[in-house]
Design a binder for this molecule. Structure first.
Ligand SMILES: [Zn+2]
Length: 84
C-alpha cells in the first residue's frame, strides 16, 4: 500500500473503483471449484474478495471512497455493497 500513498498525493485521487468480472481466468486458476453456471454463486465469491480489497484500502486510506462492482459478460456492472 506504500505506492498507493504516493500515487494518491500525485494524482489527488478521492475515489477507488474496484471491478471484478464474470468468468475471470485469474479466479478460475486460483479456485478449483468455481461455479460455472451459477452466476449468483460466482458473484458471491467475488463479493467476498471485493470486500477484502475494500477493507484493505479503507484500512490504509479511510478517507477514500471505495466502490465495488461485479461486471457481467454482457457489460452490466452490478454494484456490490461492502459488508459492515
Ligand atoms: Zn479476470
Amino acid at each position: 500500500m506504500g505506492s498507493t500513498g504516493s500515487f494518491k498525493k500525485i494524482h489527488r485521487i478521492s475515489k477507488v473503483i474496484i471491478l471484478d468480472h464474470q468468468d475471470c481466468g485469474a479466479y478460475a486458476s486460483k479456485f478449483e471449484i468455481m461455479p460455472k453456471d451459477d452466476l449468483e454463486a460466482e458473484q458471491q465469491i467475488h463479493t467476498q474478495y471485493l470486500n477484502q480489497a475494500y477493507q484493505q484500502v479503507k484500512q490504509h486510506h479511510p478517507e477514500l471512497i471505495v466502490e465495488l462492482y461485479f461486471m457481467l459478460l454482457n457489460g452490466e456492472a452490478r454494484p456490490v455493497l461492502p459488508e459492515a
